[in-house]
Every structure is written in C-alpha cells, then in structure tokens.
Design a protein around this ligand. Structure first.
Ligand code: AMP
Length: 455
C-alpha cells in the first residue's frame, strides 16, 4: 500500500510536496521520495525511512521546481529496499519521465518476462518498473496514446501520477480500486491519494479521478480522457480503504470514511444485546467504530488503552515475534478504567488475530472482568491481490477457523463481526466496492504465467 501525490504549479513546490507526503505517512512508512522538474530536467531524491527523516531542509532546497510528484511506500509487491523506492525516473526518446504508483498489478510477472525477452533489464522487482517500461515501449511523443496502450497490458490496481518535463498526469485503473483525488489551489493542480494531502496545502478537493480516467495537466490547462470510450468497468473501490487504511478525514468515491466507520459501529451494536459496563476502542483505528457502537448501545465510551504515539503500524513488521513486541510497545491498558469492568472492546478488523489476542491478555491482566470483542468489519478470509498488505490465506485466522475457534484463540468472552450486508449498508449506496478479502469475489483474476502463455 502506498500514497502518491502530484503538484502542477507556477511556483516552487518542494515544500508543498513534503507536507502532502507527510500527511499521508500512514499510507507507507518504509520509504519515500519526490521528483521535481527544474524547468528542464527531473531531479529526485528517495530513500528508505520516514518523510521527516529523508527530507531535511537542505535536501528540499536542492529540489526546486514548479511541478513534481511524490510517493510514500509500504511494500506489497517487490521487497523493501532502496531499488524499489519511488518515484521511478527514466528517460526515453529524449524525454524524461517520472512515475509513482499505488496498487498492485495481477499480471506483473508475465509482463516482466515479456519485457525481459525483449531485452529490458530490470533494476528492481516491483510491479511499478513494469509499468514504466511498458509506457516507455509505446511512447512516441504522445503520453495519452502510450498510456492507453499501457493500460491494455497492465491488469489490476493502479493509481498513478506521472510526469514528463512539461506535463503532469493522474491515472486510475478501470475498476478504481485505489483512491486518487483531484484538487485545486488557485492556479495549482494537485493529485493525491487522500484528501488530507490537498487540505494541508489549503487546496480544495474537486473530485475523485474516475475509474479508467487519464487527466493531463499541461500549459496550465486540464484535459480528461478515458482509457477507452466503449470500455467501462463497474467501479470497485476497495472497501478496506474505508475500513482501515485511509484516514478518518478521507472521502473516497463519495463515501465519507469517518461516517462509514461510525455507521459500521452503530449497525454492529443494533444487532447486539450484550450487557457490559464500557466500550473501549482499540486506538487509533477502532475509535470511530467504537463511537458508533457506543451511540447505538448507549454504553459509555472510555479510553481503556493508552497508545504510544511514537510507534507506527505494527502490522507491517516482518516476523510474528516483532509484531507481538510491537503491539506491547504500542498499547498499554489503563487499569483504573478497566479494572473490574465488563468491557466491549472495539477494533476495525482482525487479520491474523495477533493484535486482539495480545490486547485481551493485557486487559485481563489489568483486571477487566469480561471482554466482548466487537469487530466493525467482516472476517478477512481471502488475500488481497490489489495492494492491501494481507498475508497469505493460510495466515488469515478467519480463513481456517470458525467463529468459536477464533474466539477461543483470541481469548475473549464473546466475539462478533459486522457482516457483509451490514458493511455495505454502512456505505449508504454511495458507491460500488471490491470486497474480495471478505467474499473471495475478485474483480480481476490473478494471472499465472502458465495460464497466460497458454492463451
Ligand atoms: P492482526 O493482528 O493481524 O489481526 O491485525 C489486525 C490489526 O491490524 C487491526 O487492529 C487493524 O487495525 C490493523 N490492520 C488491519 N489490516 C492491516 C493492514 N493491511 N496493514 C496494517 N495494519 C492492518
């Protein structure tokens, strides 16, 4: 999962790119980068680490220019190392091109083999490099035409910001899996994965880039094109963005993320008749759902867990041991709040079950008399191919176990999940979604090499 931003302006924008990336740090904490046109050439800096660590004042002052793109990364395809940091920058037919990508292709391996047979030499192993090379392969001076050709080849999830020396382009795949917003501030155009990256600049969010849409900003003007006039897929906005990934202040495809999360909690509570003393959110991602649960159940909400603000997303840690330690460092119970209380503990999702198990252990140690875990999304049963970092299916606790087995493993007194209908009800009919992680209905099939070669 990643965050992208692109800014077209008539003034120096390195600081603006920096602030936008900073606001989207939650979308990726492994590496970050920005590429800026200085009038003639694309200069860039990227490195492993957080935005505030990679871009010090000195680096920013070296990166001056009126147009640029940026990226924060949290690897889902391709390893976590410098060669996979974005934006990727290359040159072709005497033009320089920079590209930043959020999403995952489902046919990257096949395309990579095809390109390697054509003599392309890869420097890294992310699917983004595949996109760049296909784009370069068909680039004959017109970025729209080469993009349309590229979109014929690449399958899966991609929200892209692309830049040449004189144009900025925002692209969303034909299903619109990953978000991409268009914003404006005076004469400036902004593309960003989430509203916060536009808000922070004092800009106005204009709209979502549509599925299959290519928006080009050149000579101060914006033009919109579609991948194909006769090809319109049903929008498949990723529901997990709304559940967990995006910030509460995001609006994705007409759905306000905060409202959605509150509604999920309310709907879950509506069908629940548990008797308890307090509702305790798992910070931070459980808060909105817990507020909804408390509104509906009329149980008071209390801060029963204290979060260490200097710890990032523990889910991302590579080993189970590190993840467990990460949860302990991150969350500690407030004994004075939970001791002797029957607690409804609310979190947004259960993936492996590690987080909930450890939190419940610590709440029991702090003296909670009963713990009723309520999850404001359905059980995650299937891996995501489109860019959410869910582990292999065998590691998803709900893919192998019944509700009772999960409850037993996690160690709570009772356990309930929001069901798929309830989750969709919470979106109030405002969009259509990919919910493959819950129901296994993948809008785009993962393509194996063998399968394609035999076509
Ligand atoms: P787990 O311990 O594997 O059950 O992880 C579930 C917790 O991680 C929940 O509290 C979520 O808030 C969070 N989470 C869920 N999905 C992701 C993800 N793809 N990346 C990072 N964190 C996640």
């Amino acid at each position: 999962m990643c965050g992208v931003v692109g800014i077209y302006s008539n003034k120096n924008i390195s600081k603006e790119l920096y602030y936008s990336l900073y606001s989207m740090q939650h979308r990726g904490q492994e590496s970050c980068g920005m590429a800026i046109v200085d009038g003639k050439h694309i200069n860039y800096r990227k490195d492993m680490g957080l935005v505030g660590d990679v871009f010090k004042e000195e680096e920013l002052s070296k990166l001056e220019g009126n147009m640029g793109i940026g990226h924060v990364r949290y690897s889902t395809a391709g390893g976590s190392h410098l060669a996979n940091c974005q934006p990727l920058v290359g040159s072709c037919r005497k033009r320089e091109i920079a590209l930043a990508h959020n999403g995952n292709l489902v046919n990257a391996n096949y395309l990579r083999d095809m390109l390697e047979e054509d003599g392309y030499m890869f420097q890294a192993n992310s699917d983004t490099e595949v996109i760049l090379y296909i784009l370069a392969r068909y680039y004959k001076g017109d970025i729209i035409e080469s993009l349309k050709m590229t979109m014929d080849y690449i399958k899966g999830a991609y929200s892209l910001v692309i830049m040449s020396e004189d144009e900025l382009v925002g692209v969303r795949d034909p299903h619109g899996f990953r978000p991409l917003k268009l914003g404006k501030k005076d004469d400036e155009f902004i593309f960003a994965s989430e509203d916060c990256a536009i808000d922070i600049l004092g800009g106005e969010v204009i709209r979502d880039v549509e599925p299959g849409e290519i928006i080009v900003i050149k000579n101060g003007e914006m033009k919109s094109y579609f991948y194909s006039e006769n090809y319109k897929e049903v929008k498949k906005s990723c529901i997990f963005e709304h559940i967990y990934f995006a910030r509460n202040d995001a609006n994705i495809d007409n759905v306000n993320v905060y409202d959605f999360r509150i509604k999920c909690g309310e709907i879950l509570a509506k069908n629940d008749d548990i008797k308890a003393d307090i509702v305790v959110p798992v910070p931070d991602s459980g808060w909105a759902g817990a507020i909804g649960y408390s509104n509906e159940s009329k149980l008071p909400i209390s801060e029963g867990l204290v979060k260490n603000r200097y710890v990032g997303r523990t889910f991302i840690k590579p080993t189970q041991e590190e993840r467990e330690m990460g949860v302990k460092i991150k969350l500690n119970p407030l004994t004075s709040v939970v001791k002797g209380k029957s607690v409804v503990l609310v979190d947004d999702s259960v993936v492996r079950g590690t987080t909930s198990k450890l939190i419940i252990q610590s709440l029991r140690e702090a003296g909670a008399s009963e713990i009723h875990l309520r999850i404001t999304s359905p059980p995650v049963k299937f891996s995501c191919y489109y860019g959410i970092d869910t582990p292999n299916r065998s590691k998803l606790i709900a893919s192998q176990n019944s509700l009772e087995e999960i409850r037993e493993y996690i160690g709570c007194d009772t356990l309930e999940f929001l069901d798929i209908d309830g989750m969709i009800e919470a979106t109030q009919g405002k969009s259509t979604f990919c919910k493959a992680c819950f129901d296994g209905n993948y809008p785009v099939k993962k393509i194996d090499k063998e399968e394609l070669l035999s076509c």
